[in-house]
Every structure is written in structure tokens, then in C-alpha cells.
Write a protein that binds this ligand. Structure first.
Ligand code: ADP
Ligand code: ADP
Length: 232
């Protein structure tokens, strides 16, 4: 589902060159929940932003669902992005829109006809357990509920890949577990590939099949979670 080859990203600032990713190669299989763990500043966000086409790599290639994405023109980017859903640490909901309208948003951008879009939005809110909250505004929801809306929105256009950027880092342990369980259920139900970045080992142990450890812009270890984090 994702094939990354010899990826590098160098940020040029007025005063220095910062190498955020240095010759990173990685393959994520279809249907996998793959975790990337590393300390702050290791390069996790840069990697996920490259996969989501928000950042252009300096060198290397990224193939998502059979398509090379590092050299797409603007118009092709929009179509390619619809294959990818993303959830965020701070949810990134639109505060002036209701829960229902937040989930409708990506469907409107994709120009899905209104009745079909509304049906799909309601189906997704049912799936994430928020059918009774469709008229609420984000400020009326708990953190866990906001992330459930974020998940419903990310799934709206039927993505092939779900990217998660520290999606549970702002949540308490119990809410974290319920969100991770939801992600696991969605992974199984749709055979949806999930790539998540986190600094929290518990998240990796709870739902990931495989993990890559990133340190100082390098991947230093990749493997099955039980092998990489085997107790001595
Ligand atoms: P992580 O997500 O693991 O915390 P990041 O990918 O955010 O790591 O950062 C990796 C390195 O790249 C850090 O040294 C960070 O300061 C630098 N960096 C990230 N984004 C930018 C940017 N837009 N401009 C310059 N440097 C950046
Ligand atoms: P979750 O596990 O989904 O995060 P919580 O256990 O935090 O949910 O919240 C429990 C209940 O409290 C929810 O059903 C929600 O309706 C209600 N609630 C939480 N925050 C607010 C708020 N700011 N305004 C109104 N109701 C709230």
C-alpha cells in the first residue's frame, strides 16, 4: 500500500540546513496497522506530511496504492489525496459547523451529490457511535467524541489509507483505549491500512502489527511489534 524508497527531506532555513529525513526506506502492506515511533524532532511528522503530499521530499520516491506521488501536479494531487484520510492530535474540526456538517465537508469538496453524501455521513456517524450527536457543535463534545468525528470525516471519501498523527496524544488513557479499539475495528471491517505516528509505546503495543523506530531522521529498526519490543 505504501512503498517509500530512499526518501530524504532537507529544510532550508535562512540560517541552516535541517535534515529531517535521511535516506528512509519503508514498506507498509495492505490491511496493516503500522506504527512509527520516535522522540520529538525525530522526523515523524515530516514523514507523514510527505506521504500526505503536504510536504515535497528533497529526494526519493513514495508510491501509495500503486501511484508515485512525489511528482504530481496540483490537479492530480487533489485526486490522489482523496485516497488518504488523516486524523490529528487536536482533531482539526471546523468549530462553526455541526458534527454532521464536519463529516459532510470532504464529501462536498469531492462533489458527491447531497443525498448520497448525507446518507454516507449518517452511516459513518453511526459507525463511530455518534449518531445522536449529529446536530452538536465540536465545543459541546468531549475529546474522545471529537476524535470520533475526526475519524468519521477521515473515512468520508472511502480512503485506501488512514494516516494518524498522534491522534490519541491529547486524550486520557481510557479514552485512548476506546479510540484505538475503534481504529482496530475499522481496520478489520474495511481491511483499511493505517499508518500512525506516536511517541507513546503503549499505542504501538495496543494496536500495531509492525513498527518502525525513527531516531534523528533515520529508521533504526523495523519489525513485528512483539519482536521489536520483546521483554528481556
Ligand atoms: P517529529 O514529528 O518526530 O517531532 P518533525 O518531523 O516535526 O519530527 O521534525 C524533524 C526535524 O525537522 C526537527 O529538527 C524539526 O525542527 C525540523 N523541522 C520540521 N518542520 C520544519 C520546517 N517546516 N522548517 C524547518 N525545520 C523543520
Ligand atoms: P468519551 O469517552 O467519548 O470521550 P466522555 O466520557 O469524556 O466521552 O464524556 C461522557 C459524556 O459527557 C459524553 O456523552 C458527553 O455527551 C458529555 N460531555 C463531555 N464533555 C461535554 C461538554 N463540553 N458539553 C456537554 N457534554 C459533554
Amino acid at each position: 500500500m505504501i512503498k517509500i524508497k530512499e526518501l530524504s527531506k532537507v529544510y532550508l532555513t535562512p540560517s541552516q540546513k535541517i535534515t529531517a529525513l535521511d535516506n528512509v526506506s519503508l514498506t507498509v502492506e495492505k490491511g496493516e496497522i503500522f506504527g512509527i515511533i520516535g522522540l520529538s524532532g525525530a522526523g515523524k511528522s515530516t514523514l507523514i506530511r510527505c506521504i500526505n503530499m503536504l510536504e515535497k521530499p528533497t529526494m526519493g520516491s513514495i508510491v501509495v496504492d500503486g501511484q508515485e506521488i512525489t511528482s504530481l501536479a496540483k490537479r492530480e494531487l487533489r485526486t490522489a489525496r482523496q485516497k488518504i484520510g488523516m486524523i490529528f492530535q487536536h482533531f482539526n474540526l471546523l468549530s462553526s459547523r455541526t458534527v454532521f456538517a464536519n463529516v459532510m465537508f470532504p464529501l462536498e469538496i469531492a462533489k458527491v451529490p447531497r443525498p448520497e453524501a448525507a446518507r454516507r455521513a449518517r452511516e459513518l456517524l453511526e459507525l463511530v457511535g455518534l449518531a445522536d450527536k449529529e446536530g452538536a457543535f465540536p465545543s459541546q463534545l468531549s475529546g474522545g467524541q471529537k476524535q470520533r468525528v475526526g475519524i468519521a470525516r477521515a473515512l468520508a471519501n472511502g480512503p485506501k489509507l488512514l494516516l494518524s498523527d498522534e491522534a490519541t496524544s491529547a486524550l486520557d488513557p481510557q479514552t485512548t483505549r476506546s479510540i484505538l479499539k475503534l481504529l482496530r475495528d475499522i481496520n478489520r471491517k474495511f481491511n483499511l491500512t493505517i499508518l500512525l505516528i506516536t511517541h507513546d509505546m503503549n499505542v504501538i503495543k495496543e494496536i500495531c502489527d509492525r513498527v518502525a523506530v525513527i531516531d534523528n531522521s533515520h529508521i533504526v529498526e523495523v519489525g513485528e511489534v512483539l519482536k521489536v519490543f520483546a521483554s528481556p
